[in-house]
Write a protein that binds this ligand. Structure first.
Ligand code: BEZ
Length: 383
């Protein structure tokens, strides 16, 4: 059928209007079961809080959420993400917590061109060899907090350290980042202990730490597993003799359950509970009022994932198809995060301050800025 110029103009105007008013489908692929369930909830809360603060719309488009429980199970990840992309036709994917699951999401996003914002998982590869113009991270790379703690512990004059973590990308890469900075600073990793994710049978490994008698221990655990590890470490009598340090996930969102067993622990992370900036105070108040809970780093990352989406969408007036313009806007933005402002690296990973924190009561209190504007090296990223 051939349309007259007038009818064509009218049809185009109608399509434009319909497009501007269509809901933006956000596929939230996060864990709501298993050891990382609470992390998924905090990310979801943070994301929705930012959207609610914008009146429930981003760039004029209402948001429709489609939530999938990924169970932090890499074996189910490809099916889960493909359902969101192919069956639900989401405009944007937001997920996830677990590095192994996130790598499957990044592969699917890269192949399909779907916009992906990673609100936690630190898999170095996502902003390394798997980087893409349509993939962004609002959180960290696993290397970042590990590297910052390596510098801190070397400066403390600690010499011999044992590391302990789960055997998967997040644990391996966190230890690798730690080791890189710690050994550069004159320390030595004398033993690397691990167990499969999400196993929490720590006893045999704790006995090995006691027998090795290192100056200190560096650890990566998170969620329910982190709670159990800190409690078991204290119960084994190690807390008073061998100080326990870690990437901040070991004490973030976990202090209520860890109680006194976590007291005094020092960790490094891109957030702390007592930053005291007007931006963070406002965020914490809004979060506490909305959810009757204190926020943690995961809530901040969810909130910032929505901010990144808003920055890109505003630049393209809600049209996610304009990928180059979307990316250009995010690449030049200074993101006004509760953690402090940050920018994106070329590979789309936050360039951000790493804080040294110490557990006091139920808070990860700020001690100092451990490393200013730490950028992941983004090894292997070609864009
Ligand atoms: C990860 O798998 O990348 C991860 C999970 C929990 C906390 C931090 C990182």
């Amino acid at each position: 059928m051939k349309l007259s110029p007038l009818a064509l103009a009218a049809a185009l105007a109608f399509t434009g209007t319909a497009h501007a008013q269509a809901k933006l489908k956000v596929g939230l692929m996060l864990p709501s079961s298993g050891t990382y369930a609470a992390l998924g909830t905090a990310i979801d809360n943070g994301f929705r809080l930012y959207v609610a603060e914008q009146g429930g719309k981003l760039a004029g488009r209402e948001i429709e959420y489609i939530r999938v429980d990924d169970e932090s199970d890499p074996a189910k990840a490809t099916d889960n993400v493909n359902k969101l992309i192919k069956r639900d036709n989401v405009d944007v994917l937001v997920g996830t917590v677990h590095s192994g699951v996130a790598m499957a999401m990044a592969k699917a996003a890269k192949e399909s061109g779907t916009l992906l914002i990673v609100p936690n998982a630190g898999a170095d590869a996502v902003t390394g060899p798997m980087c893409a113009p349509n993939i962004f991270r609002s959180s960290f790379s696993n290397w970042q907090p590990g590297y910052a703690m390596g510098e801190v512990m070397a400066k403390k004059g600690l010499k011999k350290v044992v590391t302990i973590t789960w055997k998967y990308a997040a644990g391996d890469e966190s230890v690798r980042g730690f080791k890189e900075a710690f050994e550069k600073g004159g320390g030595q990793v004398v033993k690397e202990l691990n167990l499969p994710f999400p196993n929490v049978e720590f006893q045999a490994l704790l006995t090995e730490i006691a027998a090795t008698k290192p100056d200190a221990v560096y650890t990566f655990f998170a969620g329910g597993g982190a709670v159990k590890f800190v409690k078991d470490y204290a119960a084994a009598g190690l807390k008073k003799n061998i100080p326990l340090y870690g990437a901040g996930f070991i004490t973030d969102g976990t202090l209520e359950a860890q109680g006194a067993d976590a007291s005094g622990m020092q960790t490094t992370l891109h957030y702390a509970d007592s930053l005291g900036t007007p931006r963070d105070n406002a965020f914490r108040l809004a979060y506490a009022k909305t959810y009757k809970l204190q926020p943690d780093v995961y809530a901040v990352q969810g909130y910032d994932a929505a901010q990144i989406l808003a920055i890109g969408l505003n630049a393209v007036k809600g049209d996610v198809g304009k990928k180059a313009e979307f990316a250009a806007a995010v690449e030049k933005a200074k993101i006004d995060s509760p953690r402090g402002p940050f920018t994106m690296s070329k590979a789309h990973n936050p360039v951000q301050d790493m804080y040294l924190r110490e557990v006091s009561g139920k808070e990860n209190k700020l001690v100092s800025v451990a490393t200013k504007a730490l950028a992941d090296p983004g090894k292997g990223c070609r864009m």
